[in-house]
Design a protein around this ligand. Structure first.
Ligand code: ATP
Length: 324
């Protein structure tokens, strides 16, 4: 193996740059020529490659977003698009590919590896932390901390004005951010896709709490459940208490990555290069506890929800107990 390409795909996540830096510098130290494909799979389909040298990745470890840009690429869903990508990789004498991205990006990488026998290794990078086979994905710790900072600020208003606040956080179908932020931010309740939620029960709890003298509530809702506005109006209708809503939105994807995300990105990026050099393909590097592991793309493409159910239920139960 002489030359590799790397790309970032799907939603941007804080720490992707740290992973890019780690891949580039590890690869160069191992004597590999390294190029970046711009805007995810679009860069492969359009043959949009840039050379990456040691200095190309200077001063990016602390930056959010991705210097390689990212995109959703419709053409890559099609066989023809992946064929084009393979041709461009071959034409540019690229022997291996590293994809930093989420679940969808790995499904695409798996198909490229299968259909064209091309060596691809994935690095999990998504704030949603919804990839099976890895406990952590790059960006989710930063996203949790960003949402937490916002909730701490909202709490100042909630307690001063004696209100109910519904805070919508990102996380698609997983609810990872909502659960962690709910526990760390002392939320009274969380609405997440992985547990049955019952707004009427929650409103009864609010009314009972009011009778006990409780005056403020923070309810965290995951975007995969419902919009914060709808939940707030329902609570107001059922309890008669003034309820406000806020959607934290894209601020959760931005900002400087936490130390945890930078360390994860640096470790996984380096390991991805080593895996390619060791002849591995069609796999993702992931973490179980503190241990780095290789996981087949076919398993990584499955949603990770079932595997986390036990821990999620435990955290959910704790939030409810601590909220009383
Ligand atoms: P995030 O979790 O942050 O959204 P993601 O990697 O899951 O990241 P997606 O939008 O699902 O983001 O996928 C990114 C890109 O990967 C898509 O635009 C497409 O180019 C490719 N891709 C996704 N799913 C497939 C698939 N089933 N087959 C081929 N390519 C795919």
């Amino acid at each position: 193996m002489r030359k590799i390409a790397l790309l970032t795909s799907g939603g941007d996540a804080p720490g992707m740059n740290a992973a890019v830096r780690s891949v580039v510098r590890t690869a160069i130290c191992q004597g590999l020529e390294t190029v970046g494909a711009l805007k995810g799979y679009q860069g492969l389909v359009n043959a949009d490659f840039i050379p990456l040298q040691l200095r190309s990745v200077s001063n990016i470890i602390n930056r959010g977003g991705t210097i390689l840009k990212t995109a959703r690429c419709a053409e890559f869903f099609e066989k023809e698009g992946r064929k084009k990508a393979n041709e461009h990789l071959k034409k540019n004498k690229i022997d291996g590919l590293i994809v930093i991205g989420g679940n969808g990006s790995f499904c695409g990488a798996h198909l490229l590896a299968l259909e064209h026998n091309f060596p691809v290794i994935g690095v999990p990078g998504t704030i949603d932390n919804d990839i099976a086979g890895t406990d952590f994905s790059i960006g989710s710790d930063t996203a949790v901390n960003t949402a937490l900072e916002a909730i701490d600020k909202i709490r100042d208003t909630v307690s001063s004005m004696e209100r109910i606040f519904v805070v919508e956080v990102m996380g698609r179908k997983e609810g990872y951010i909502a659960l962690r932020v709910g526990l760390a931010g002392g939320a009274e309740d969380v609405l997440i896709p992985q547990t049955e939620y019952d707004i009427e029960r929650m409103c009864e709890d609010i009314s009972k709490g009011r009778k006990r003298g409780k005056v403020s509530w923070i309810i965290v809702v995951s975007e995969g459940v419902a919009g914060s506005k709808d939940v707030a109006s329902l609570i107001e209708e059922l309890t008669g208490f003034e309820t406000r809503s806020i959607t934290l939105g894209h601020i959760q994807r931005g900002g400087s990555p936490t130390a945890i995300d930078r360390i994860l990105a640096s470790r996984l990026g380096a390991e991805a290069v080593k895996a390619l050099l060791a002849g591995e393909r069609d796999k993702m590097v992931g973490m179980t506890g503190e241990t780095i592991k290789l996981i087949d793309f076919s398993s990584a493409c499955a949603q990770g929800r079932e595997k986390r159910n036990k821990l999620d239920k435990e955290i959910y139960g704790l939030i409810r107990v601590l909220a009383t």
